[in-house]
Design a protein around this ligand. Structure first.
Ligand code: SF4
Length: 383
């Protein structure tokens, strides 16, 4: 693959900042402790990687995630933004998002981001309950969360979101509704609610194994989901994906594009890409990634070619998680070599069970279907 020329579809860029001040107990992501030397090398390598990728068209969306991008000091944040927006010339991306943890939000950083056309900030709050935060190994106070939201709003970033986690061991439904309530009091435009997954090898996973504590039951989890959806709806937040809610017009453009199987390029260690029927991933190791980039050995040189059938399966699986559902007619136009009839029996069976609705060429999950989306994904992959 020589260079990236997007013509008729959207192109996003995801930049992974692999630094965290300490590891949360549930975290299985690749990350490193930031040091001055490592940050310098990281930034120089991102600049080199973007130059070598030689993307020929502007990015429609830019997303800086991690890790904790907010661990970067202000000048480093500016350098990273500069490397990413350089590719866009004078074209502003439709959306430029950055993830922050509450303690890392500082006025100087937000003002720098705004100068680089950042228009969306999400804050990984996870919980307002000190017991839940302790279980998650998160070190933050609610004052830091309130200050962070005040700084973001007063800097004029209208579109800010709050991320929360539910299904934490020991967390009651009342405590969870309390978390949702505290979140919406801060008037975010977007709320993400993630069901905690227990990864083997994490501190939390090990501790639960030792204490023989089980995950919440299927019924308990379903109750958490349904109460979340009802609470946010009552408070004006429309669900547009199983875990994502927003005020009208504030859906994440970058994430929605990836769920619709549009293309994106990943930059930084462990970042994945999907580009024109191929996928490739940088190694989840800062030193290996740096060595590869220094040697011009980019991940895109070893792409995995994705069949149209796989792309359609993924478009169905991720698209069905969205409330808008999937337009089968649009997919048929885009992937002309795929036999869509193979899923007819599944869709009809799910329709009869009231898990899915099919109308005017679009398939959508019902609320009951959304609760078993993972099982439906398995069925879609099985034919
Ligand atoms: S901030 Fe995110 S990436 Fe960093 S340790 Fe916590 S969960 Fe993992």
């Amino acid at each position: 693959m020589e260079n990236f020329e997007q013509i008729d579809t959207c192109l996003g860029v995801y930049c992974h900042v692999p630094f965290c001040a300490h590891r949360c107990s549930y975290c299985a992501f690749y990350q490193e402790q930031p040091t001055r030397q490592l940050i310098e090398k990281y930034l120089a390598t991102v600049e080199m990687e973007i130059d070598l990728l030689c993307v020929k068209s502007p990015f429609d969306t830019i997303y800086i995630g991690g890790g904790t991008p907010g661990t970067l000091p202000p000048d480093d944040m500016a350098r990273l933004c500069s490397a990413l927006v350089k590719n866009n010339g004078m074209t502003k991306p439709a959306e430029f998002s950055v993830e922050f943890s509450p303690a890392t939000v500082k006025r100087e950083k937000i003002e720098i981001l705004k100068n680089y056309s950042c228009n969306r900030i999400t804050v990984g709050v996870q919980s307002f309950d000190q017991k839940t935060l302790r279980t998650l190994g998160r070190r933050q106070s609610n004052k830091q969360v309130f200050d962070a939201c005040e700084i973001i709003s007063s800097c004029g970033v209208e579109n800010f979101g709050i991320d929360l986690i539910f299904g934490v061991p020991g967390q009651t439904i009342g405590e969870w509704i309390g978390d949702l309530s505290c979140a919406i009091d801060l008037k975010p435009k977007h709320v993400s609610t993630y069901n905690l997954t227990f990864e083997e090898g994490t501190a939390l996973g090990k501790s639960l194994m030792e204490k023989m504590i089980c995950k919440k039951s299927v019924e308990e989890e379903a109750n958490f989901y349904l109460r979340t959806w009802a609470f946010l709806k009552e408070n004006g937040y429309a669900q547009y994906e199983i875990s994502n809610f927003c005020l009208p017009g504030f859906e994440s453009v970058h994430n929605s594009n990836t769920w619709r199987m549009q293309d994106w390029i990943g930059v930084g260690p462990s970042a994945c890409s999907q580009y024109k029927n191929s996928r490739f991933a940088n190694p989840p190791s800062i030193s290996k990634w740096m060595k590869n980039v220094e040697n011009g050995n980019l991940a895109c040189k070893n792409p995995e070619i994705i069949s149209e059938k796989t792309l359609v399966e993924d478009a169905l699986i991720f698209g069905l998680r969205m409330n808008e559902g999937v337009s089968i007619s649009k997919l048929k136009n885009r992937f002309k070599n795929v036999d869509f009839g193979r899923w007819d029996a599944i869709f009809s069976d799910l329709d009869q069970q009231n898990l899915l609705q099919f109308s005017e060429g679009t398939v959508k999950l019902t609320d009951s279907g959304r609760l078993v989306a993972d099982a439906i994904a398995v069925e879609i992959l099985a034919v």
